[in-house]
Design a protein. Structure first.
Length: 245
């Protein structure tokens, strides 16, 4: 089951790839221009881990929908098996995890199209139930398309420096601004990615700050806004983007 939900189409760097857990380091660079997220900023944040032999790596972000389901991008779990993946919740440190869960089932959008990244959304059913506490809570989805020109927040454990492949020690956050699909389509026409034109109603674009944006490992992560009642709502998941310059 899928809700009608905007996919985050970031105008930043392409977002595929795994991050080795052993690579986490201290450093001044952030989620490519972001900053450390204060404790409790994103209680819904999920780190999706992939297991290859004895090696474990962070591969994507995600968000807690409820006690059994996690929302992420379809390309994060495409051609992967449930037994290859797990999730970590409840920690804002890359190398630590308050709770870990194995995956029971992977469900990609039935109309996911890899080449053009259409319907790039999926859910993961975990084994057992996520235990809520002061640092672990679900996120509610916005039930309509996000307003244009709205400030929004992205959090993730992706690389903070694309060239050096720097991994953050702490969860990173960065603000963006939502833009119209027409505006986004016109920008993409002038970019190296014309095959993604036009941007459809199932996608959402945001404008990144100069020299800042999401990077590898941020895919599937949650983009959220604050509504008029100061409630945090998720409006999209990281899908892809152009290179940060």
């Amino acid at each position: 089951m899928f809700l009608h939900f905007g996919i985050l189409l970031l105008l930043s760097h392409g977002l595929l790839g795994e991050v080795d857990v052993s690579e986490a380091v201290d450093g001044d660079t952030r989620i490519v221009g972001g900053q450390d997220a204060p404790p409790g900023t994103a209680k819904y944040q999920v780190s999706i881990r992939i297991h290859i032999g004895e090696k474990e790596g962070h591969t994507c972000g995600g968000s807690i929908l409820n006690e059994e389901y996690v929302l992420t991008a379809a390309h994060c779990i495409h051609r992967k098996r449930a037994d290859q993946l797990s999730i970590v919740v409840g920690s804002q440190e890359f190398n630590k995890g308050d709770q870990r869960y194995k995956i029971k089932k992977l469900v990609l959008h039935e109309k996911y199209y890899r080449r053009y990244l259409r319907n790039d959304i999926a859910i993961m059913q975990i084994e057992g139930k996520i235990k809520y506490n002061d640092m672990v809570q679900p996120i509610e989805l916005l039930k309509e398309m996000a307003p244009i020109g709205k400030k929004c927040l992205l959090t993730g454990f992706g690389y903070t420096d694309y060239d050096k492949l720097t991994v953050p020690k702490y969860l990173q956050m960065l603000e963006f601004i939502t833009i119209s699909n027409d505006n986004c389509t016109e920008q993409l026409k002038r970019s190296p990615y014309p095959r993604y034109v036009p941007v459809d109603e199932g996608q959402l674009c945001v404008q990144r700050p100069k020299n800042k944006g999401a990077c590898k490992g941020d895919s599937g992560g949650p983009l959220v806004i604050q509504d008029d009642k100061n409630k945090t709502l998720q409006i999209g998941v990281v899908s892809w983007g152009s290179k940060i310059k």
